[in-house]
Ligand binder design. Sequence first.
Ligand SMILES: Nc1ncnc2c1ncn2[C@@H]1O[C@H](COP(=O)(O)OP(=O)(O)OP(=O)(O)O)[C@@H](O)[C@H]1O
Ligand code: SF4
Ligand SMILES: [Mg+2]
Length: 326
Amino acid sequence: MSSDLLTITGLGVEIAGLPVLSEVSLALPSHGVLGLVGETGSGKSLTCRALMGLLPRIGGKVSDGSITFDGTTLTGLDESGWARVRGRQIGFVPQASLNALDPVMTVGEQLREAVSHLDSGAEVKARCLELLELVRLPQPQEVLRRYPHELSGGMRQRVMIALALAGRPRLLVADEPTTALDVTVQKAILEVFADLRTSTGMSLLLVTHDLGVVVDVADSVAVMYGGTVVEFGSAREVMTNPSHPYTAALLGARPATRTLGERLTTIPGVPAVPGQWPDGCRFAPRCAFARDECRAVQPALLAVDEHRARACHGWLGTSEEAVVHV
Ligand SMILES: Nc1ncnc2c1ncn2[C@@H]1O[C@H](COP(=O)(O)OP(=O)(O)OP(=O)(O)O)[C@@H](O)[C@H]1O
Ligand code: SF4
Ligand SMILES: [Mg+2]
């Protein structure tokens, strides 16, 4: 684990006294790509926000565990400490950032503002152009002069990624960067990430609902449910041979697994939300394999083999039994 760039261990987060994350553990090596998946409300964005030191100012706090980046413990940093990390060591593309650009400033003005904190004088313009080239925006000189409303959604998202890269981060955290973009643009953005990994050597933590994307681009994956990580390990192993019933159910519920005319599958019940987490395993009310032990004791995230860890007391069923047909 010492070679990992990022390590999150037993992270707990509270908002206004309510636990919203608990026992979140994952790791990401240098130059690696980690996919973070799970149903809506499972805690993906809060994990990213904790990692960026951007929990809600009023009432949001890390209550347990630690986040270590490149040997430095981030949890417990004061604002000046976070300012040295955020945007410099770790870049962030927040969820729903497609419309987050300032509508009354040109792309050039916004990029210059980000870059001028880090580069100086004549280097600023060159760096702005370099950033737009890194995210493969054609005609970067022209794009610098444009306002956000003059760009397509895909171009705006590339500008957001360019802004996040301004500080030459070693890790980029991208929270659903391709949601709301059509498939060809999604593919182009994912190619940008692949290029960046090669050209800059940076690591990527990619939040997505698209398990196909995880298979295509991630080395490892963390599956979240009810504010915790239920399975973590090699993306190839986890996505092809899940060891947790929730992962199996998520994979089984993908429309891509069905052919035209075949019944879709779903996970029965509703996701566990903060304040209503059940005792024991949080997935138990929806799990086809739940038994008394599951309802009594919350399983810890433990290694199953050299490729992955899971938080489950053990299940004997098949992946097909983890989902229901609708
Ligand atoms: N500021 C907040 N105050 C109170 N509860 C919050 C706050 N932000 C998030 N939560 C709750 O914490 C849980 C996890 O939220 P989070 O945004 O991390 O989910 P997510 O996995 O990113 O979901 P999605 O896929 O919809 O983006 C949710 O139940 C959400 O309602
Ligand atoms: S611990 Fe029990 S209820 Fe939870 S996922 Fe495993 S088998 Fe299902
Ligand atoms: Mg989210």
